[in-house]
Design a protein around this ligand. Structure first.
Ligand SMILES: [Zn+2]
Length: 293
């Protein structure tokens, strides 16, 4: 593969040159070989992103946004429970904030698992209305919608960090809202995952313009370190899905074999079977490296 150095686009983590990896319509994916961090170019402005997230279309789902979220299916709840149990094994949580809470399903599960106080923020007013309809305290906006001060034992960001144009000030604002001993749980697509590498430019997580940064185990560790977080654990993220879901995704990637497999699974009545599979993302649990007493 021929790669060309672009002097105008420096890596946000190391300041070094990034290389063009893919052309994605009117955007390019740049990649820092040192940090293993991908970045969209050109970066959207804050105003463009706010307009995108605030639209009803984004929430309703048009192939992007919350499309996969619309089905309020039991597999989502089960996947959320598994992730919550992982978080709770690192210590008790009384106050939990979710950034990008969507319609509030994760927070509902958190409450079911005994977290007494949950709060969500999301830039999409329709999502926030749904979360409130589920009885969850939710606010339109991002971390700035939450009063400053160390108020939370855990802050959760599932599929959020890849949307953040300026991760360091964002993570500083997150850190300022964690109590001493508090933890940050991040799930984000892994550009070094097998799924990403096999899929190439058709990787399901390559989503311009809203996915602006594409992390790897190394670069997520670097960005958290730069924001004064210590990584406690990192693992390949997994989720519960039906066999039909996996094969529909596969069919998009490799249409013929995917189609055949989907037919075979249907004939064998395996389509509704639920499996726990890696989804090409990473789960990262971290905590502020220096706690203010
Ligand atoms: Zn770099």
């Amino acid at each position: 593969m021929t790669q060309k150095v672009l002097s105008s686009d420096a890596c946000v983590l190391c300041g070094g040159p990034q290389r063009a990896r893919y052309h994605l319509g009117s955007h390019r994916l740049l990649y820092c070989p040192r940090c293993k961090l991908g970045q969209l170019s050109p970066l959207p402005t804050d105003a463009e992103l706010q307009a995108l997230y605030a639209s009803e279309e984004y929430f309703a789902g048009d192939g992007a946004g919350y499309a996969d979220y619309a089905a309020d299916d039991p597999q989502h709840a089960r996947s959320f429970r598994a992730r919550l149990e992982w978080l709770l094994r690192s210590g008790p949580v009384d106050d939990l904030l979710e950034i990008g809470c969507g319609p509030g399903l994760f927070l509902v599960e958190a409450r079911r698992l005994g977290v007494p106080h949950v709060v969500g923020v999301d830039p999409n007013p329709w999502a926030v209305a749904q979360a409130r309809a589920r009885g969850v305290e939710a606010h339109v906006g991002s971390i700035d919608a939450i009063d400053a001060g160390p108020r939370f034992d855990a802050i959760v960001m599932l599929d959020v960090l890849e949307h953040v144009v300026a991760p360091l000030p964002f993570l500083a604002a997150v850190r300022a809202r964690l109590r001493p001993g508090g933890r940050l749980l991040v799930m984000t697509p892994n550009i070094r995952s097998l799924l990403a590498r096999v899929s190439g430019r058709r990787w399901v997580s390559l989503k311009p313009p809203e996915h602006v940064r594409y992390y790897s185990p190394r670069s997520v560790r670097r960005v958290l370190r730069a924001a004064d977080f210590d990584v406690l654990t990192m693992r390949a993220a997994r989720q519960y899905v039906t066999v039909a879901f996996v094969l529909t995704r596969l069919e998009r990637l490799v249409p013929r074999p995917g189609h055949v497999l989907r037919r075979v699974a249907a004939a064998l009545r395996l389509s509704d079977r639920v499996v726990f599979v890696t989804n090409g993302s990473i789960d990262v649990l971290s905590r502020p490296s220096t706690s203010i007493p």
